[in-house]
Write a protein of this length. Structure first.
Length: 365
């Protein structure tokens, strides 16, 4: 089957958008205006869930195998991250001392300064990471701060493929249930659950809607009505919540509530409108990023942590717009280099697992 380069391209754009979001929302808190930070959320993680819906089928075994491979790749990465963080602390304590180390971590903000910096490995953190409990990685705080997406992706994909497998004729009903629950939690907030329920309700709905559009093309005559509808929803949102909802948009994201859902509709609509309409005929670097999105997602957490040490000394010396362009460029370059390095780490990790498999199989025989 010929690969749809549009899907790779869209994943690449979404990945670059995540790098931009984490550029302006983490280290960017020191110098980027709130307006720019909120506007960055126009192209956000809902695109990844939609793209997953477009590319997913009802093969449960294939999907679970794909998720298992992703889990192993994730475990290889966090194992590498754990030892990198640990070795950095041992090196820092021996050569600089506890006070200098705390000063180093204060670059990320006072709340990210570890209370106890120990030479003893905190193995419980690695165990928590394996089980998707994202306790902070002190040296790279953005990594675990962005991993909420991965847990939701695992849960949503399992529910999504089960619905597609066992209820293929009732997908519309499940979309309706997701929409009904979103409205229920909006109008009766005391029923809004904690944990992952709020995330799954929204993103499972996005996944299922995208899957219903798989292989289809939105008619040209309906496109103006789609964007007009989104414009009316945005006007209604500001009329109902007031203009200050714009500045509170990030708080509406965790977990996603109706204002953030409305805010995301523009990018989702554009994704669906261009699907089967925009033809990407030649491979390019954005497509390459899209095909390797998971490694870039891992890498951007590390790179978005490293750029703090450029932002802090420069924030008072440059106009925020110039600094943002510079830092975003640096962040992309670092993410590219780290992603390629992490691919090598992943290959090594799989080779080690294959070696262990062969050894244990021989022992069993």
């Amino acid at each position: 089957m010929q690969r749809d380069l549009y899907i790779d391209f869209a994943k690449g754009i979404a990945t670059l958008s995540i790098i931009f979001i984490h550029t302006v929302f983490w280290s960017g808190q020191f110098y980027v205006p709130t307006e720019m930070r909120v506007l960055s959320l126009l192209i956000d993680v809902p695109l990844f869930y939609a793209l997953s819906g477009i590319t997913s089928g009802n093969n449960v075994e294939k999907t679970l195998y794909r998720l298992l491979k992703l889990q192993i790749t994730y475990m290889i990465f966090v194992t590498f991250l754990f030892f990198l963080d640990y070795l950095f602390k041992v090196f820092g304590l021996h050569f600089f001392g506890i006070d200098e180390m705390k000063s180093f971590y204060s670059t990320f903000g006072s709340k990210y300064v570890p209370q106890n910096i120990s030479e003893i490995p905190q193995w419980q953190n690695l165990g928590n990471w394996y089980l998707h409990s994202y306790t902070n990685a002190d040296t790279f705080p953005v990594v675990m701060g962005s991993f909420w997406y991965l847990k939701v992706y695992f849960i949503m994909t399992v529910f999504g493929v089960l619905i597609l497998k066992f209820f293929p004729k009732h997908v519309d009903w499940f979309i309706g249930i997701c929409l009904a629950l979103i409205l229920l939690f909006h109008f009766f907030p005391h029923y809004y659950p904690s944990g992952q329920v709020g995330y799954i309700v929204v993103y499972l709905g996005v996944f299922l809607v995208a899957n219903t559009l798989k292989g289809k093309k939105i008619p040209t005559k309906t496109i103006p009505f789609i964007y007009a509808g989104i414009a009316l929803l945005l006007i209604g949102m500001f009329w109902n919540y007031g203009n200050d909802i714009f500045y509170r948009m990030n708080k509406q994201k965790f977990p996603p509530k109706i204002p953030y859902v409305i805010w995301s509709l523009f990018s989702l609509a554009t994704l669906f409108v261009l699907y089967n309409r925009l033809k990407i005929r030649k491979d390019n670097f954005i497509n390459y990023i899209g095909r390797n999105a998971i490694f870039y997602y891992f890498a951007q957490g590390m790179s978005s942590s490293l750029i703090y040490f450029i932002v802090v000394p420069l924030q008072e010396k440059m106009h925020w717009g110039v600094l943002l362009i510079f830092i975003f460029t640096v962040n992309i370059i670092l993410a590219i280099l780290l992603a390629e390095f992490l691919k090598k780490i992943d290959e090594l990790g799989w080779k080690v697992l294959e070696f262990l498999k062969q050894k244990t199989t021989q022992n069993l025989i």
